[in-house]
Design a protein around this ligand. Structure first.
Ligand code: ATP
Ligand code: MG
Length: 574
């Protein structure tokens, strides 16, 4: 990927990096890493981190590693590792041969732990988890020293060795850093470095029954990999002191700089693997790749492009202030992207039969349609037109309200790329009163969409020829949650209480123009006047097509921007 594909607009991190390059810190080198824990699928928040880490490496001719932070065997799986690799690649980034696993460093981490013990900087503590919590104190109260804090180096070495050998039960001992139980930063009150976990690991199998903690592992992994700038989200700000303590105390050669930035929050969804996994496990969605999920696999299946997601990350920028980005912005960006690149086709979601009573019964003609008015290079295609058509039910009103300009009894409208038609009769089911078909006449003089006598119509409708149309299932998606901030649930409610139970609507017999026959899974279209759609990659087959709606054509972002601007202009009222 080139620099222009991954522009990282100048931000406070790039400023730090530029200063470091100038002062030749780290020998002028830039090395970043993206360090996911393989305990779930990546979401769009991770995309922000990926674009930032890989983007900075590209920008400054550096490198970016992909490193799995796989220190918690109980929650991690190979499936997640594979999905993460696929998603990073799909986003358009390449780690070349720099794929690493924290689990590959476990031996080295043990050696470092032994060094800390020998330097009187770590000890084996035999308090229970509850006792450790109790001894830790609070934000306003200092903690108390563990009674095991004064164990001798020999005893600590012996116990740590036997912890590794599997002699003790889970939770009976931990290895802790010996720092300061009265430290104002709670993270520094003798944090745990290693714990016993007799759980097989997805890569190391049964080799280990102790596992290193995140804070110990992360900085040392960065150091082992010669990382220069270790970017993480703001919730790790307090951990920076420990990050630096570990590297300083062990006096390692490479001491990267930890820099925190604000995580991405998006309205009407949740961005946390811990929460997303609940939606999957409890069946609120069909899986991690459900097109309603904010996961990269869900967005991909929904029809999002990697370019749009990278564009979104570029647009939201990087700062140190937490905020919630409006879902409408993401939708605006995918709309802009697809508008330029996908073909427009005609599809009728709720078909209403229209018989053109003055059109010859056996006749079919081919009409020329433009594939994308935004891009003449995409050419044209031909569409069959015949006596029986389908239009959208909502494009007809028997009793049109004032501002309804579409088809109504006695009214004339244009059929896109075809003719003017006029409604002359409404046929109803005698029992139910339901409209079953419309009878219309067409004006053969209006082919191509205009009348030689200059008369105008106020609406242009999409349509398909009934005999030629193909049938498809179409899935319409709405926000996964009914409120913008589901994680701020109140009144004893949980974020899952705000799951939108109407977020999926399945339309089973939609009618599509025949050029869509056999459309390949993953291919994207604009259905004229309806929205952007993508052939489902899981359930669609050549015989029975399934489309997902990526996004509607309605631009709510423009409205939001306008409202914000008006807000600014309006003088403050006192
Ligand atoms: P989650 O809460 O979703 O599990 P995490 O931070 O625990 O997220 P990791 O796998 O540890 O997930 O994340 C890998 C990297 O992605 C980390 O550097 C993390 O800071 C970053 N990251 C995770 N979520 C976001 C987000 N919403 N916005 C920006 N960066 C994020
Ligand atoms: Mg995490």
């Amino acid at each position: 990927m080139t620099k222009t594909d991954t522009a990282v607009p100048p931000n406070f991190i790039s400023h730090i990096i530029e200063e470091d390059i100038k002062s030749n810190k780290h020998g002028g080198k830039v090395a970043t890493r993206f360090p996911p824990e393989p305990n779930g699928y990546l979401h769009i928040g991770h995309a922000k981190s990926i674009c930032l880490n890989f983007g900075l490496a590209i920008e400054y001719n550096g490198t970016c590693n992909l490193r799995f932070d796989d220190t918690n065997p109980a929650k991690e799986e190979v499936e997640y590792v594979e999905s993460i690799k696929e998603d990073v690649r799909w986003l358009g980034f390449d780690w070349d041969d720099r794929l690493f696993y924290a689990s590959d460093y476990f031996d080295q981490l043990c050696d470092y732990a032994v060094q800390l013990i020998k330097d009187h900087k770590a000890y084996v503590c035999s308090l229970s988890a509850d006792e450790i919590r109790e001894y830790r104190g609070t934000l306003t109260e200092a903690g108390r020293d563990s009674p095991y804090r004064t164990r001798s180096v020999e005893e600590n070495l012996d116990l740590f060795q036997r912890m590794q050998a599997g002699e003790f039960a889970d939770g009976s001992h931990v290895l802790r850093a010996k720092i300061d139980m009265a430290a104002p930063n709670m993270v520094m009150r003798d944090p745990t470095l290693f714990r016993i976990r007799k759980v097989p690991h997805h890569r190391t199998g049964d080799k280990w029954c102790i596992y290193p903690m995140y804070d110990f592992t992360h900085g040392l992994s960065d150091s082992i990999e010669d990382i220069t700038h270790s970017l993480c989200t703001l919730e790790f700000e307090n951990n920076r002191e420990l990050y630096d303590w570990v590297l300083n105390t062990l006096n390692v050669d490479c001491h990267p700089q930890q820099i925190e930035f604000a995580r991405l929050n998006l309205s009407y969804t949740v961005l946390s693997k811990r929460r997303l996994i609940q939606l999957v496990d409890e069946g609120h969605v069909s899986g991690w790749d459900d097109p309603r999920m904010p996961t990269l696999s869900g967005l991909r299946r929904r029809g999002y492009t990697p370019e749009a997601i990278r564009g979104f990350c570029e647009r939201i920028g990087v700062a140190r202030r937490n905020s919630v980005v409006d879902m409408a912005l993401l939708e605006y960006i995918i709309r802009e992207d697809l508008n330029k690149r996908v073909a427009r086709v005609m599809a009728v979601l709720h078909p209403l039969r229209v018989v053109i009573v003055n059109y010859p019964e056996e006749q079919t003609e081919e009409l020329e349609a433009i594939n994308n008015p935004e891009d003449p290079a995409m050419g044209t295609r031909s569409l069959p037109f015949s006596r029986v058509l389908y239009i959208e039910q909502e494009d007809f009103r028997e009793d049109p309200p004032k501002k309804f300009f579409r088809l109504a009894p006695g009214r004339e409208v244009r059929l896109r790329y075809a003719y003017f038609i006029k409604c002359v009769d409404v046929i109803k089911n005698e029992q139910t009163g339901e409209i079953v078909e419309l009878h219309c006449t067409y004006d053969p003089e209006t082919q191509g969409g205009s009348a030689p006598d200059g008369r105008k119509v106020k609406a242009t409708l999409h349509w398909v020829s009934a005999d030629h149309a193909i049938s498809a299932q179409i899935r319409l998606y709405d926000n996964l949650f009914t409120v913008p901030n589901p994680t701020e649930a109140k009144d004893g409610l949980d974020f899952k209480d705000y799951v939108n139970t109407n977020s999926l609507e399945t339309l089973r017999d939609c009618r599509l123009e025949p050029t869509l026959a056999g459309a390949a899974p993953g291919s994207r279209y604009q259905f004229e006047r309806v929205g952007y759609f993508c052939v489902d990659t899981v359930d669609s087959t050549a015989e029975s097509l399934v489309f997902n709606r990526t996004v509607t054509l309605r631009d709510t972002w423009a409205k939001i921007l306008k409202a914000q601007q008006q807000q600014k202009k309006r003088p403050k009222q006192r």
